[in-house]
Design a protein around this ligand. Structure first.
Ligand code: TXE
Length: 506
């Protein structure tokens, strides 16, 4: 069976495309000479092979990044020059969107048209940060000491380790790569073992843009040993991690050992709150985009719809009317509206949650199984579970699939209480035509991002991140620059008088 990625023939049965590691500006074989297959979620078949990075490879990559940070042209470049390189990378991505989108779609099963949309927007992140490059400044302090001139500056941290997941590989890498480079750091990226290809293709553009060797390195492979060695490496000064809570706990322990800085983005159980005065057609589109977009594999998935009792039946009817018409199918087809899950493990997880939901007394209003006509890939129907309260695991735990829980509420206070009744705090949607209510609820809801009458909007200018089980730290926006720099305070004594004897108290 043959599949084509713009200009390249991929004959899966014989000759899989093989990807090496990218270390110090060179494509190198892994020290253990081992490779592992990457699978196409739409067919369940292997389509490329990826280098299995070892601890030795990770060490090489970190050493290269450390050297580049201290001694390469990168180290002596002005911020403006670095910004130009970041901008150039954005331009090159813009020129290669179709190809990168196809790699993402084949590797993680997301719709080609969604990936095109996401990747068309990706260069904006590079342009935004490139523009910030020479505006990273400190302050002159009105210091309370005579004859002292005191100022702060912001400096890069050193080697950054980026650990990325499989759900939006290039977008989630960009949130780390663009600000880390803009701030003058060097980086080692460990992409998900499930979806490494699109990043390795993007790295070819990093090369083309002219970044000095060692500034950007990619070590592919598994959490153990590659991710673990990278996050435990003593030369790594900052780890930016997006993934699951279990892996994150390992990463927290590793960075604690070396006191490396850390930001964690771990997903959520985000509520979409629909008040009785909302535009219900818009709200229904928001719920669907929130949970069935990307087949629910999004950190900000709106997996709980909290519906005011007065409009409960109406919303359910509208929801089912639209989702029963969702075209599930091959993500590479332009008319498909929902693709497969990215991995068999994720499909199994969704199936297990559905069984659990039924055992817990949840009622399925729609879906709940694999689509009959698509048994080869890792597809699952859009699914709605109805619950009277939020005590079940299905309403409390992140599923990361197309499974929505709907729960009724009677007033604003109850809506806020339900919204906050979770250990996660990443995102929330509020649907109302009452401005005062929108502000009140936005203030009370525990979440790092609140969308009012919209859902899943993103922008390079807008920070993303959460608290509690959703992690800590922020990506995106100017704030991200602070995550990749540290402040230095410089005191200059302007006095012409001699230093006083330190043992004579003034
Ligand atoms: O993620 P993992 P998994 C959630 C979602 C999903 C669950 C598990 O609920 O069902 O997590 O997903 C690397 N040291 N999210 O198991 O394993 C790993 O190689 C260092 C939410 O697929 O956490 C990969 O590169 N790194 C989320 C990355 O961590 C380690 C996105 C993420 O994989 C490691 C993905 C270790 N010990 C899952 N172990 C979001 N926030 O969007 C693994 N890794």
């Amino acid at each position: 069976m043959e599949q084509t990625v713009k200009g390249m023939s991929l004959d899966r049965s014989t000759d899989l495309k093989k990807y090496n590691l990218y270390i110090n500006g060179e494509w190198v074989e892994p020290a253990g000479h081992e490779y592992f297959p990457s699978y196409n979620p739409a067919t369940g078949e292997a389509w490329c092979e990826v280098a299995k990075g070892t601890a030795e490879d990770v060490d090489k990559a970190v050493q290269a990044a450390h050297h580049a940070f201290l001694h390469s042209d990168w180290a002596s470049m002005t911020f403006t020059e670095r910004g130009r390189l970041v901008y150039r990378l954005g331009e090159l991505i813009a020129e290669n969107i179709e190809e990168l989108a196809r790699y993402e779609s084949i590797d993680n099963g997301k719709l080609i048209r969604e990936m095109r949309g996401q990747l068309r927007y990706l260069p904006e992140f590079f342009y935004y940060y490139a523009g910030l490059a020479d505006k990273i400044h400190g302050h002159t302090l009105p210091i309370d000491k005579q004859d002292m001139f005191t100022f702060t500056s912001r400096e890069p941290l050193g080697v950054v380790a980026a650990i990325t997941p499989w759900n939006s590989p290039l977008y989630l890498t960009t949130l780390k790569l663009a600000p880390a480079l803009t701030a003058g750091n060097t980086i080692v990226i460990k992409p998900s073992e499930m979806t490494s290809a699109s990043l390795l293709e993007l790295v070819k553009l990093v090369e083309k843009a002219g970044f000095p060797p060692g500034v950007v390195n990619v070590v592919t492979g598994f959490g153990m040993p590659a991710g673990n060695t990278l996050t435990a490496h003593p030369l790594v000064r900052k780890v930016a991690f997006t993934g699951g809570a279990e892996s994150a706990r390992h990463v927290v322990r590793n960075t604690a050992e070396n006191f490396a800085q850390l930001s964690l983005e771990l997903g959520g159980k985000s509520p979409n709150i629909i008040f009785e005065d909302a535009d219900l057609d818009n709200a229904v589109m928001g719920i669907i985009a929130g949970i069935f977009g990307a087949s629910g594999q999004s950190c900000v998935a709106g997996s709980r719809a909290l519906l005011h009792a007065d409009i409960y039946d109406q919303v359910i009817e509208k929801l089912i009317d639209r989702i029963s018409r969702i075209r599930i199918g091959d993500p590479l087809h332009d008319d498909s509206e929902m693709g497969p899950l990215a991995t068999p493990a994720q499909l199994k997880r969704v199936e297990e949650f559905v069984s659990l939901g039924l055992a817990e007394g949840g009622k399925i209003l729609y879906g709940g199984k694999r689509p009959e006509h698509l048994q080869n890939g890792w597809y699952f129907e859009p699914t709605i579970f109805e619950y009277a309260d939020q005590t079940s695991r299905l309403t409390q735990e992140e599923i990361f699939g197309p499974v929505l829980s709907v729960i009724p509420f009677r007033d604003e206070a109850e809506a806020i209480a339900l919204a906050n009744d979770t250990e996660y705090a990443l995102a929330a949607g509020i649907w109302t035509s009452n401005v005062a209510k929108a502000h009140r609820v936005a203030k009370e809801v525990r979440a790092g991002i609140v969308w009012v009458n919209t859902y899943r909007s993103i922008s390079p200018m807008a920070p993303i991140g959460g608290s509690g089980l959703s992690g800590y730290g922020r990506e995106g926006g100017c704030e991200a620059i602070y995550e990749y720099t540290q402040s230095k305070t410089v005191w200059i004594n302007l006095s012409q008088e001699s230093m006083p004897d330190p043992f004579i108290m003034r």
